[in-house]
Design a binder for this molecule. Structure first.
Ligand SMILES: C[S@@+](CC[C@H](N)C(=O)[O-])C[C@H]1O[C@@H](n2cnc3c(N)ncnc32)[C@H](O)[C@@H]1O
Length: 272
């Protein structure tokens, strides 16, 4: 992988080729992420059964056990998009989740769908892999355009208010040195994201911060793998319990200091 890169389809295709050969696994973190997202989405979707929904990238579905789509009873209603053809190819070769309604290679800032056509949109930390905040805003505009009136939008983004969120220069250096596994983009603050969604006609109905572990992700994953190597699976239960306990921060006023991502569950009320 080029040590310093931009978020292009070629970059993500290269990441996909490399990732396909990586054996590293983080079972405790994977189960935890899967549980947190499944709970969040199930809670927000309530008793609504979406007939057509959209997920804005399929990285986890392609490569690891963090994917949560297969835990949702309405997974068949999902159209999954990704900028990388290689990632979509890989997802389709994994039997567990080949049941989506569709797979589309496209850029989230320019969606090939008609207005108001999805009743649920899940965008879990995709937009924080874009290069500029203008691109994030363009993507939000597109995602809202394709959300039906009365439809729901679940957005998670890197939380810049976390006390371990690194400065941009450090992230750039990290990428230049080849230490980041892929391109890490910019993000919005919760206040900026809320204002943007409101200006696009969405009402934020629930908000929180999730996954309360520190940056960088790579170190947390490495720590889990080292513990696993030293103690086999004997401490897996304990690690998972620690992850679960840390999620209680989500219910406190300090949640934005510790949460790796902030999440908004919003409803589209009007046309923009
Ligand atoms: C590193 S992954 C992580 C996101 C993931 N949802 C997670 O589980 O944390 C970023 C994904 O976003 C996709 N992606 C990046 N830029 C994109 C864009 N402009 N449009 C659509 N997908 C994009 C990449 O191909 C990749 O699958």
């Amino acid at each position: 992988m080029a040590p310093h890169c931009r978020s292009t389809p070629e970059h993500w295709n290269r990441v996909a080729d490399r990732w396909a050969t990586v054996e590293e696994r983080n079972p405790a973190l994977a189960r935890h992420k899967r549980r947190v997202y499944t709970q969040l989405i199930t809670e927000f979707a309530g008793d609504v059964l979406p007939t057509r929904s959209l997920k804005t990238d399929l990285f986890a579905e392609a490569f690891n056990d963090e994917e949560f789509l297969s835990a949702l009873p309405w997974a068949r209603s999902v159209i999954g998009i990704d900028i990388s053809q290689a990632i979509l190819r890989r997802v389709r070769s994994r039997p567990r989740i080949e049941t989506l309604q569709g797979y589309v290679t496209c850029n989230v800032t320019k969606l090939p769908f008609r207005d108001n056509c999805f009743d649920l949109i899940i965008s879990d930390s995709t937009l924080d892999h874009l290069s500029t905040t203008s691109e994030i805003r363009a993507a939000l505009h597109e995602l809202v355009r394709v959300t039906a009136i009365g439809g729901r939008f679940i957005l998670s983004l890197d939380n810049p208010r976390s006390i371990t969120y690194p400065s941009r220069w450090l992230v750039r250096l990290w990428m230049r040195l080849g230490l980041a596994p892929y391109y890490v983009g910019v993000t919005l603050s919760p206040a900026e994201a809320r204002a943007e969604l409101q200006s696009l006609g969405l009402k934020v109905q629930q908000e929180s911060a999730i996954l309360h572990y520190p940056h960088p992700d790579g170190l947390v994953r490495l720590a889990e793998r080292c513990i696993h190597k030293l103690f086999r699976s004997r401490l897996d239960g304990l690690i998972e319990r620690l992850f679960t306990a840390s999620e209680r921060w989500g219910g406190t006023r300090a949640r934005y200091w510790t949460g790796r991502y902030f999440v908004f569950c919003a409803m589209r009320e009007s046309r923009t």
